[in-house]
Design a protein around this ligand. Structure first.
Ligand SMILES: [Zn+2]
Length: 97
């Protein structure tokens, strides 16, 4: 399902596709993690790569709804951070990289 991006800001970060897939650090080119495509409406992420480069991502979509504030902790299933309410996988961060 294609969605129309409203806002997209990538800082020091490359993404394999338009709004999902593997994420890469611009500075060292290392694979940072994997973003699941369809399970989020808005994403804000800031991180620091092990090479010291700081990056961030911000996305939302034309059809984004104002999400409910989710107060539940994200749960980790396998190596994915998942929503605490429905256990949908959201994002994988490769911490060793
Ligand atoms: Zn890096």
């Amino acid at each position: 399902m294609a969605r129309i991006l409203k806002n997209k800001q990538l800082m020091n970060t490359k993404l394999a596709t338009n709004y999902g897939g593997w994420m890469y650090c611009n500075q060292c080119g290392e694979n940072i993690g994997y973003l699941c495509y369809s399970t989020y409406d808005k994403l804000e992420l800031t991180y620091e790569c092990n090479c010291g480069s700081k990056g961030s991502m911000l996305f939302d979509f034309e059809d984004s709804k104002n999400g409910q504030k989710c107060t539940d902790e994200l749960v980790i299933i396998k190596n994915r951070l998942c929503c605490g309410l429905d256990n949908e996988p959201l994002i994988t961060i490769l911490e060793k990289k």
